[in-house]
Design a protein around this ligand. Structure first.
Ligand code: PHE
Length: 372
Protein backbone atom coordinates (compact mmCIF):
# COMPACT_ATOMS: atom_id res chain seq x y z
CA UNK A 1 0.00 0.00 0.00
CA UNK A 2 1.38 3.38 -0.99
CA UNK A 3 -0.27 6.21 0.77
CA UNK A 4 -3.83 7.27 0.07
CA UNK A 5 -3.84 5.59 -3.29
CA UNK A 6 -3.91 1.87 -2.63
CA UNK A 7 -1.59 0.44 -5.22
CA UNK A 8 0.83 -2.35 -4.75
CA UNK A 9 4.41 -1.87 -5.80
CA UNK A 10 4.18 -4.57 -8.48
CA UNK A 11 1.48 -2.57 -10.21
CA UNK A 12 3.93 0.22 -10.90
CA UNK A 13 5.18 -0.15 -14.42
CA UNK A 14 8.95 0.13 -14.29
CA UNK A 15 9.96 -0.80 -17.81
CA UNK A 16 9.11 2.53 -19.39
CA UNK A 17 12.18 3.69 -21.36
CA UNK A 18 12.11 7.04 -19.52
CA UNK A 19 12.05 5.41 -16.06
CA UNK A 20 15.16 6.42 -14.12
CA UNK A 21 14.32 5.00 -10.69
CA UNK A 22 16.98 2.61 -9.36
CA UNK A 23 16.05 -0.33 -7.13
CA UNK A 24 17.54 1.36 -4.05
CA UNK A 25 15.05 4.21 -4.40
CA UNK A 26 12.14 2.02 -5.39
CA UNK A 27 12.70 0.04 -2.20
CA UNK A 28 12.04 3.17 -0.13
CA UNK A 29 8.49 3.69 -1.46
CA UNK A 30 5.89 3.07 1.20
CA UNK A 31 8.32 3.17 4.15
CA UNK A 32 6.66 6.33 5.53
CA UNK A 33 9.20 7.10 8.26
CA UNK A 34 7.18 10.22 9.09
CA UNK A 35 4.30 8.07 10.31
CA UNK A 36 6.35 6.24 12.95
CA UNK A 37 5.75 7.83 16.33
CA UNK A 38 9.03 6.45 17.74
CA UNK A 39 11.15 7.71 14.87
CA UNK A 40 12.73 11.18 14.97
CA UNK A 41 10.73 12.24 11.89
CA UNK A 42 7.44 11.08 13.41
CA UNK A 43 8.29 12.79 16.71
CA UNK A 44 9.08 16.02 14.86
CA UNK A 45 5.88 15.83 12.79
CA UNK A 46 3.86 15.44 15.96
CA UNK A 47 5.67 18.35 17.63
CA UNK A 48 4.82 20.58 14.65
CA UNK A 49 1.21 19.39 14.80
CA UNK A 50 1.18 20.41 18.50
CA UNK A 51 2.33 23.90 17.59
CA UNK A 52 -0.44 24.32 15.03
CA UNK A 53 -3.09 22.75 17.27
CA UNK A 54 -2.17 25.12 20.11
CA UNK A 55 -2.01 28.27 18.04
CA UNK A 56 -4.81 27.55 15.57
CA UNK A 57 -7.20 25.12 17.30
CA UNK A 58 -9.07 22.91 14.83
CA UNK A 59 -7.91 24.99 11.88
CA UNK A 60 -5.38 22.96 9.94
CA UNK A 61 -6.38 19.83 8.02
CA UNK A 62 -3.59 17.27 8.16
CA UNK A 63 -2.51 14.84 5.47
CA UNK A 64 0.38 12.41 5.83
CA UNK A 65 -0.68 9.58 3.60
CA UNK A 66 -0.91 11.04 0.09
CA UNK A 67 0.69 8.90 -2.60
CA UNK A 68 4.25 10.01 -3.52
CA UNK A 69 3.70 9.01 -7.15
CA UNK A 70 2.19 12.05 -8.84
CA UNK A 71 1.73 13.45 -12.32
CA UNK A 72 4.12 15.89 -13.95
CA UNK A 73 1.14 18.20 -13.91
CA UNK A 74 0.75 18.05 -10.12
CA UNK A 75 4.45 18.22 -9.36
CA UNK A 76 5.34 21.02 -11.78
CA UNK A 77 2.58 22.54 -13.96
CA UNK A 78 0.07 23.24 -11.21
CA UNK A 79 2.66 25.08 -9.14
CA UNK A 80 3.77 27.11 -12.17
CA UNK A 81 7.22 25.58 -12.60
CA UNK A 82 8.37 26.83 -16.04
CA UNK A 83 8.69 24.30 -18.87
CA UNK A 84 12.46 24.76 -19.02
CA UNK A 85 13.14 24.73 -15.25
CA UNK A 86 16.07 22.44 -14.28
CA UNK A 87 14.04 20.67 -11.61
CA UNK A 88 12.03 19.00 -14.40
CA UNK A 89 15.10 17.34 -15.91
CA UNK A 90 15.83 13.62 -15.74
CA UNK A 91 19.02 14.62 -13.99
CA UNK A 92 17.13 16.11 -11.04
CA UNK A 93 13.86 14.18 -10.81
CA UNK A 94 12.88 10.51 -10.72
CA UNK A 95 10.45 9.70 -13.54
CA UNK A 96 8.17 6.64 -13.51
CA UNK A 97 7.30 7.48 -17.10
CA UNK A 98 7.28 10.71 -19.10
CA UNK A 99 4.07 11.93 -17.39
CA UNK A 100 4.60 10.54 -13.88
CA UNK A 101 7.22 11.31 -11.23
CA UNK A 102 8.12 10.58 -7.63
CA UNK A 103 7.12 13.94 -6.12
CA UNK A 104 10.15 16.16 -5.57
CA UNK A 105 8.27 18.30 -3.06
CA UNK A 106 5.06 18.24 -1.07
CA UNK A 107 4.02 21.35 -3.02
CA UNK A 108 2.77 18.81 -5.58
CA UNK A 109 -0.43 18.58 -3.52
CA UNK A 110 -1.11 22.31 -3.01
CA UNK A 111 -3.29 23.00 -6.01
CA UNK A 112 -5.51 19.97 -5.66
CA UNK A 113 -6.17 20.58 -1.96
CA UNK A 114 -6.98 24.23 -2.68
CA UNK A 115 -9.37 23.17 -5.44
CA UNK A 116 -11.01 20.80 -2.99
CA UNK A 117 -11.78 23.74 -0.73
CA UNK A 118 -9.12 23.37 1.98
CA UNK A 119 -7.94 26.73 3.32
CA UNK A 120 -5.59 25.63 6.11
CA UNK A 121 -3.57 22.45 5.66
CA UNK A 122 -0.40 20.55 6.44
CA UNK A 123 0.88 17.83 4.09
CA UNK A 124 3.69 15.56 5.27
CA UNK A 125 5.39 13.04 3.03
CA UNK A 126 8.45 11.44 1.53
CA UNK A 127 9.95 13.33 -1.43
CA UNK A 128 12.54 12.23 -3.97
CA UNK A 129 15.40 14.04 -5.69
CA UNK A 130 18.46 13.01 -7.63
CA UNK A 131 21.23 14.83 -5.82
CA UNK A 132 24.77 14.93 -4.52
CA UNK A 133 26.03 12.82 -1.58
CA UNK A 134 26.95 14.37 1.75
CA UNK A 135 25.82 14.56 5.38
CA UNK A 136 22.70 16.64 4.64
CA UNK A 137 21.62 15.24 1.25
CA UNK A 138 19.86 11.95 0.60
CA UNK A 139 17.76 11.11 -2.47
CA UNK A 140 14.70 10.40 -0.33
CA UNK A 141 13.76 12.84 2.39
CA UNK A 142 10.65 14.23 4.05
CA UNK A 143 8.86 17.54 3.88
CA UNK A 144 5.93 19.17 5.52
CA UNK A 145 3.96 21.63 3.43
CA UNK A 146 1.78 24.24 5.10
CA UNK A 147 -0.77 26.47 3.40
CA UNK A 148 -3.00 29.15 4.88
CA UNK A 149 -5.57 31.09 2.88
CA UNK A 150 -6.75 34.52 4.02
CA UNK A 151 -10.08 36.19 3.24
CA UNK A 152 -10.33 39.97 2.58
CA UNK A 153 -11.56 40.79 6.07
CA UNK A 154 -8.38 39.23 7.50
CA UNK A 155 -6.25 42.07 6.14
CA UNK A 156 -8.76 44.89 5.58
CA UNK A 157 -8.35 47.31 8.42
CA UNK A 158 -4.88 45.97 9.27
CA UNK A 159 -3.35 48.99 7.56
CA UNK A 160 -1.25 46.84 5.22
CA UNK A 161 -1.92 45.37 1.80
CA UNK A 162 -2.88 41.73 1.39
CA UNK A 163 0.57 40.52 0.34
CA UNK A 164 2.43 42.22 3.19
CA UNK A 165 -0.15 40.95 5.64
CA UNK A 166 0.37 37.38 4.46
CA UNK A 167 4.17 37.70 4.42
CA UNK A 168 4.25 39.09 7.97
CA UNK A 169 1.90 36.44 9.26
CA UNK A 170 3.98 33.73 7.59
CA UNK A 171 7.23 34.87 9.17
CA UNK A 172 5.62 35.22 12.58
CA UNK A 173 4.14 31.75 12.31
CA UNK A 174 7.44 30.13 11.33
CA UNK A 175 9.53 32.03 13.86
CA UNK A 176 7.06 30.87 16.50
CA UNK A 177 7.43 27.33 15.26
CA UNK A 178 11.23 27.57 15.45
CA UNK A 179 10.98 28.83 19.04
CA UNK A 180 8.53 26.06 19.89
CA UNK A 181 10.92 23.43 18.57
CA UNK A 182 14.30 24.82 19.54
CA UNK A 183 13.86 27.47 22.20
CA UNK A 184 16.71 29.73 21.18
CA UNK A 185 18.69 29.13 18.01
CA UNK A 186 20.51 31.41 15.63
CA UNK A 187 18.38 31.91 12.55
CA UNK A 188 18.13 34.25 9.58
CA UNK A 189 15.78 34.95 6.68
CA UNK A 190 17.17 34.94 3.15
CA UNK A 191 15.30 36.24 0.09
CA UNK A 192 15.00 33.67 -2.66
CA UNK A 193 12.96 32.57 -5.66
CA UNK A 194 10.32 29.87 -6.06
CA UNK A 195 8.02 29.69 -9.09
CA UNK A 196 4.96 29.32 -6.85
CA UNK A 197 5.51 32.13 -4.33
CA UNK A 198 6.28 35.84 -4.47
CA UNK A 199 7.89 37.18 -2.37
CA UNK A 200 9.83 34.04 -1.40
CA UNK A 201 12.06 33.37 1.60
CA UNK A 202 14.27 30.71 3.10
CA UNK A 203 14.95 30.21 6.77
CA UNK A 204 18.46 29.18 7.73
CA UNK A 205 19.61 27.87 11.10
CA UNK A 206 23.19 27.75 12.34
CA UNK A 207 24.27 24.12 12.82
CA UNK A 208 27.63 22.29 12.79
CA UNK A 209 29.43 25.58 12.04
CA UNK A 210 27.35 26.37 8.98
CA UNK A 211 24.09 28.06 7.97
CA UNK A 212 21.73 25.28 6.96
CA UNK A 213 18.60 25.90 4.91
CA UNK A 214 15.65 24.31 6.71
CA UNK A 215 12.61 25.61 4.86
CA UNK A 216 11.34 27.54 1.85
CA UNK A 217 8.22 29.67 1.94
CA UNK A 218 6.43 32.69 0.57
CA UNK A 219 3.20 34.35 -0.48
CA UNK A 220 1.37 32.09 -2.93
CA UNK A 221 1.34 33.27 -6.55
CA UNK A 222 -2.06 34.76 -7.28
CA UNK A 223 -2.38 32.61 -10.40
CA UNK A 224 -2.53 29.45 -8.25
CA UNK A 225 -5.35 30.87 -6.16
CA UNK A 226 -7.16 32.10 -9.26
CA UNK A 227 -7.06 28.65 -10.83
CA UNK A 228 -8.54 27.18 -7.67
CA UNK A 229 -11.41 29.66 -7.78
CA UNK A 230 -10.06 31.96 -5.05
CA UNK A 231 -9.42 35.22 -6.88
CA UNK A 232 -10.27 37.35 -3.84
CA UNK A 233 -7.96 35.60 -1.41
CA UNK A 234 -4.27 35.63 -0.59
CA UNK A 235 -2.33 32.76 0.91
CA UNK A 236 1.03 31.79 2.27
CA UNK A 237 2.81 28.46 1.87
CA UNK A 238 5.89 26.83 3.34
CA UNK A 239 7.82 23.60 2.83
CA UNK A 240 9.89 22.35 5.79
CA UNK A 241 12.75 19.89 5.42
CA UNK A 242 12.02 17.46 8.24
CA UNK A 243 15.41 15.69 8.27
CA UNK A 244 17.29 18.95 8.58
CA UNK A 245 15.10 20.20 11.40
CA UNK A 246 15.39 16.83 13.13
CA UNK A 247 19.19 16.86 12.75
CA UNK A 248 19.30 20.15 14.63
CA UNK A 249 16.67 19.13 17.17
CA UNK A 250 18.19 15.77 18.12
CA UNK A 251 21.83 16.41 17.20
CA UNK A 252 21.81 13.76 14.48
CA UNK A 253 25.08 14.20 12.58
CA UNK A 254 24.29 12.43 9.31
CA UNK A 255 21.11 12.14 7.24
CA UNK A 256 21.68 8.42 6.53
CA UNK A 257 20.95 7.64 10.18
CA UNK A 258 17.22 8.24 9.63
CA UNK A 259 17.17 4.98 7.66
CA UNK A 260 19.15 3.00 10.22
CA UNK A 261 17.55 -0.11 11.69
CA UNK A 262 20.39 -0.50 14.21
CA UNK A 263 18.72 -0.61 17.58
CA UNK A 264 21.46 1.58 19.04
CA UNK A 265 19.81 4.27 16.90
CA UNK A 266 16.13 3.30 17.01
CA UNK A 267 16.01 2.64 20.76
CA UNK A 268 17.07 6.20 21.53
CA UNK A 269 13.76 7.48 20.16
CA UNK A 270 11.47 4.93 21.80
CA UNK A 271 9.99 7.50 24.20
CA UNK A 272 8.44 9.22 21.18
CA UNK A 273 9.28 12.56 22.73
CA UNK A 274 11.20 15.74 22.08
CA UNK A 275 14.00 16.96 24.29
CA UNK A 276 16.54 14.20 23.87
CA UNK A 277 19.90 14.39 22.17
CA UNK A 278 21.19 11.54 20.07
CA UNK A 279 24.30 9.86 21.50
CA UNK A 280 26.48 8.50 18.68
CA UNK A 281 27.41 4.91 19.45
CA UNK A 282 30.97 5.64 18.42
CA UNK A 283 32.65 7.22 15.45
CA UNK A 284 33.81 4.65 12.97
CA UNK A 285 36.62 5.90 10.76
CA UNK A 286 35.90 7.07 7.21
CA UNK A 287 37.94 5.72 4.33
CA UNK A 288 38.73 7.96 1.36
CA UNK A 289 39.24 6.83 -2.22
CA UNK A 290 40.08 9.18 -5.09
CA UNK A 291 39.13 8.61 -8.68
CA UNK A 292 40.08 10.71 -11.73
CA UNK A 293 38.59 10.57 -15.21
CA UNK A 294 38.12 12.53 -18.41
CA UNK A 295 34.47 13.55 -18.55
CA UNK A 296 32.21 13.57 -21.59
CA UNK A 297 29.57 16.21 -22.40
CA UNK A 298 26.80 14.14 -20.88
CA UNK A 299 28.57 13.67 -17.53
CA UNK A 300 26.73 14.92 -14.43
CA UNK A 301 27.59 14.67 -10.77
CA UNK A 302 24.10 13.35 -9.94
CA UNK A 303 24.66 10.41 -12.28
CA UNK A 304 28.00 9.70 -10.62
CA UNK A 305 26.38 9.81 -7.19
CA UNK A 306 23.70 7.39 -8.28
CA UNK A 307 26.32 4.90 -9.46
CA UNK A 308 28.14 5.24 -6.14
CA UNK A 309 24.97 4.77 -4.13
CA UNK A 310 23.87 1.88 -6.30
CA UNK A 311 27.03 0.02 -5.28
CA UNK A 312 27.89 1.30 -1.82
CA UNK A 313 24.38 2.13 -0.61
CA UNK A 314 24.42 3.94 2.71
CA UNK A 315 28.16 3.29 3.11
CA UNK A 316 28.70 6.25 0.78
CA UNK A 317 29.08 9.27 3.02
CA UNK A 318 30.30 11.94 0.65
CA UNK A 319 31.29 12.40 -2.97
CA UNK A 320 33.29 15.55 -3.47
CA UNK A 321 34.95 17.14 -6.51
CA UNK A 322 38.51 17.88 -5.41
CA UNK A 323 40.18 18.70 -8.74
CA UNK A 324 38.93 19.97 -12.08
CA UNK A 325 41.02 21.08 -15.05
CA UNK A 326 40.87 21.30 -18.84
CA UNK A 327 43.96 20.46 -20.90
CA UNK A 328 45.22 22.08 -24.11
CA UNK A 329 43.19 19.68 -26.23
CA UNK A 330 40.03 20.80 -24.44
CA UNK A 331 39.57 17.60 -22.45
CA UNK A 332 38.27 18.09 -18.92
CA UNK A 333 39.39 15.95 -16.03
CA UNK A 334 37.56 15.59 -12.70
CA UNK A 335 38.93 14.05 -9.57
CA UNK A 336 36.36 12.93 -7.00
CA UNK A 337 37.07 11.90 -3.45
CA UNK A 338 34.62 9.31 -2.16
CA UNK A 339 34.25 8.92 1.60
CA UNK A 340 33.05 5.50 2.70
CA UNK A 341 31.87 5.09 6.25
CA UNK A 342 29.38 2.99 8.08
CA UNK A 343 27.38 4.56 10.89
CA UNK A 344 27.22 1.14 12.54
CA UNK A 345 30.56 -0.67 12.26
CA UNK A 346 34.18 -0.54 11.05
CA UNK A 347 34.68 -1.38 7.39
CA UNK A 348 37.50 -3.63 6.28
CA UNK A 349 40.07 -2.57 3.67
CA UNK A 350 39.06 -5.50 1.57
CA UNK A 351 35.42 -4.53 1.55
CA UNK A 352 36.17 -0.94 0.59
CA UNK A 353 38.64 -1.87 -2.14
CA UNK A 354 36.02 -4.18 -3.53
CA UNK A 355 33.40 -1.38 -3.56
CA UNK A 356 35.84 1.04 -5.13
CA UNK A 357 36.68 -1.40 -7.93
CA UNK A 358 33.01 -1.88 -8.70
CA UNK A 359 32.48 1.87 -8.68
CA UNK A 360 35.38 2.34 -11.11
CA UNK A 361 34.01 -0.33 -13.43
CA UNK A 362 30.49 1.08 -13.50
CA UNK A 363 31.62 4.68 -13.74
CA UNK A 364 33.50 3.72 -16.87
CA UNK A 365 30.78 1.54 -18.40
CA UNK A 366 27.73 3.64 -17.52
CA UNK A 367 28.94 7.23 -17.55
CA UNK A 368 31.01 7.26 -20.75
CA UNK A 369 34.07 8.70 -19.05
CA UNK A 370 37.68 7.62 -19.40
CA UNK A 371 39.43 6.68 -16.17
CA UNK A 372 42.92 8.04 -15.72
N1 PHE B 1 8.63 23.31 -2.51
C1 PHE B 1 9.75 24.11 -2.05
C2 PHE B 1 10.98 23.20 -2.02
O1 PHE B 1 10.85 22.00 -1.98
C3 PHE B 1 9.52 24.67 -0.68
C4 PHE B 1 8.40 25.67 -0.65
C5 PHE B 1 7.11 25.27 -0.34
C6 PHE B 1 8.64 26.99 -0.96
C7 PHE B 1 6.08 26.19 -0.32
C8 PHE B 1 7.62 27.91 -0.95
C9 PHE B 1 6.36 27.51 -0.63
O2 PHE B 1 12.11 23.65 -2.03
Amino acid sequence: ELGGVKISKDEIVRDDPTNNIPDTIFAKLGMQLHRRSQHPLGILKNAIYDYFDTNYPDKFDKFDDLCPIVSVRQNFDEVLVPADHVSRSYNDTYYVDSQTVLRCHTSAHQAELLRNGHTHFLVTGDVYRRDSIDATHYPVFHQMEGVRVFAPNDWEGSGTDATSHAAEDLKKCLEGLARHLFGGVEMRWVDTYFPFTNPSFELEIYFQNEWMEVLGCGVTEQEILKRSGRTDNVAWAFGLGLERLAMILFDIPDIRLFWSTDERFTSQFSSGRLGLKFKPFSKYPPCYKDMSFWISDSFTENNLCEVVRGIAGDLAEEVKLIDNFTNKKGMTSHCYRIAYRSMERSLTDEEINDLQWKVREQVESKLKVVLR
